[in-house]
Design a binder for this molecule. Structure first.
Ligand code: NDP
Length: 492
């Protein structure tokens, strides 16, 4: 296998790897040991404008936008195939850069392969409609690509969350400029280069790493930007929506969550415990849709909590690249500190630490950003950990008395991304699922998603959607064409 990490990465613009205009570079750090991993060109506003210019020119001049979709689809299938062939290499690169386990990275890259295939399959199925109108007229709608679309991705699923919007935008015939998170740009840059091998025309897929405030805002503010798709925190999301609004450009926002996990008294508690653990300790809890608030019926709470604590204590922590590891490090030292702060505050307010609550200090792990899977209970209602997104492996447990109480507590959050319900009785689960204010609800299942299922949040969790059958269409615009086919009246 090729060694995944090269010492140095450039921007990918116009089908070529190029240095940033300033020549500046940023050192990326391996979160498993806090040692330098690679250097990457740091883009700035000038690079962002250059990428937009190149993308606009490619959109206007290449065959990509004017194709009927068949050739675009074939090209994206080719890209999917190439990525699948090098899945292991990409997974390793993702793991070294971001920290997650190889098993998780393999899952992520596999998801990207499926997303590309799914979008490729839709590329030649973009159709308009004919609409009955009075008289000798024919009315029809055309579905056209938007132009240049901007995509801003976070660090928690670096390639997956970038490509779930990039793939449909490409399938729809747009030219794309992607800004990956500054902490984790490597797989996006590697995929940019691979797109050239797959014969995506130069300038149709561009990747510009660099600071969000500088590169991200310049991309969104650029007059050539026709839509923006953002995944990340609420503060940046609101700012992007503001900037996009200045030139009336649509913004899809996928923001945070504070997902409730409701366990009813008749649930299979072993299965629920495994599902709860997976939903908060997976990806070291760095998931917008983590099930971070456990709401267990008071009759089963104690038993369930001890089962979850036993699972938490057995988690094998270690560098993501080591086989058998179940949880990697958090993405950065700063992020680890921010998660620890939530735990310290919770303890100070009287919460009980049922499991974890501290860094892993065994010799090989102390250099990295490792945190033991943590379970907190007996939290006072105003505790910050119950309200804000922690973005780490920290479960907050509470109890409920009856269904109304469960619904009230579950919905008592400004977020509404994901919720799950655990019960053996669908007659209980379905009415409860209907009452939960969440864009996604799972019954007897930890957070799971597929390229064909929509991903969307209610309330402050977001605006718009990603994935699903309408994903490609959402990167098109509808033009109405009215034809008058009446014959000219004969002159007397
Ligand atoms: P951010 O929202 O700050 O970053 C996400 C992406 O947006 C990055 O590419 C970032 O660039 C970019 N960005 C940041 N500010 C701007 C801006 N003003 N204009 C344009 N682009 C911008 O997330 P963080 O990584 O800083 O994490 C903050 C919090 O967000 C986390 O603690 C977590 O709660 C939440 N989060 C949610 C995610 C989700 O999937 N829903 C994913 C990641 C974080 P850069 O990397 O250069 O800052």
């Amino acid at each position: 296998m090729t060694e995944a990490v090269e010492p140095s990465y450039e921007l990918f613009i116009g089908g070529a790897s190029i240095p940033s205009s300033s020549g500046e570079r940023q050192t990326l750090i391996d979160p498993a040991n806090n040692r330098p991993l690679a250097a990457v060109a740091r883009g700035h506003a000038d690079d962002a404008r250059h990428a937009m210019e190149v993308a606009q020119a490619a959109f206007e001049a290449s065959w990509w936008a004017s194709d009927d979709g068949a050739r675009r689809g074939k090209t994206l299938f080719r890209l999917a195939q190439k990525l699948e062939e090098r899945l292991e290499e990409f997974a390793r690169l993702e793991t070294l850069n971001m920290g997650k386990t190889l098993r998780e990275s393999r899952g992520d890259v596999g998801f990207v392969v499926r997303t590309l295939e799914y979008a490729a399959g839709l590329a030649d199925k973009i159709q308009g409609e004919t609409i009955p109108v009075p008289g000798a007229r024919l009315d029809l709608t055309l579905r056209e690509p938007l132009g240049v679309t901007v995509h801003i991705a976070p660090w928690n699923y670096p390639l997956l969350l970038a490509m779930r919007s990039v793939a449909p935008a490409l399938a729809a015939g747009n030219a794309v400029v992607l800004k990956p998170a500054s902490l984790t740009p490597l797989t996006a840059l590697a995929l940019g280069r691979m797109s050239k091998e797959a014969l995506v025309p130069d300038g149709i897929f561009n990747v510009v790493p660099g600071p969000g405030k500088d590169v991200g805002e310049t991309l969104v503010a650029d007059a050539r930007c026709r839509s923006v798709s953002f995944t990340g925190g609420g503060t940046a999301g609101r700012r992007i929506a503001e900037v996009a609004a200045q030139h009336v450009v649509p913004a899809t926002l996928e923001l945070g969550g504070k997902g409730p996990v409701v366990v009813l008294p008749d649930a299979d508690l072993d299965r629920a415990a495994r599902g709860v653990a997976f939903g908060i300790f997976g990806n070291a809890g760095q998931m917008c849709w983590a099930g971070s608030r456990l709401l267990a019926h008071e009759s089963v709470a104690e038993t369930l909590l001890s089962k979850i604590a036993r699972i938490a204590e057995k988690y094998a922590l270690g560098p993501g690249v080591a086989e058998g590891v179940e949880m990697g490090p958090l993405v950065s030292r700063e992020h680890l500190e921010s998660v620890l702060q939530f735990i310290t505050e919770a303890e100070a307010s009287g919460a009980k630490v049922v499991a974890g609550g501290r860094r892993a200090t065994d010799a090989p792990l102390q250099e990295g950003n490792f945190l033991r899977p943590t379970v907190l209970s007996q939290l006072p209602a105003p505790a910050r950990v119950l309200k804000e997104e922690v973005f780490g492996p920290v479960l907050s447990a509470a109890t409920f008395t009856d269904t109304d109480d469960a619904v009230r507590q579950a919905n008592d959050t400004r977020y509404g991304l994901f919720a799950s319900v655990w019960t053996k009785e669908l007659a209980h689960a379905i009415p409860l699922a209907r009452r939960l204010e969440s864009g996604m609800v799972s019954i007897n299942e930890a957070p799971s998603t597929f390229p064909q299922t929509p991903f969307a949040g209610f309330k402050e969790s977001g605006l718009g959607f990603e994935q699903g059958i309408d994903s490609v269409r959402s990167y098109t615009r509808r033009k109405n064409v009215l034809i008058n086919y009446s014959l000219p009246k004969p002159k007397n």
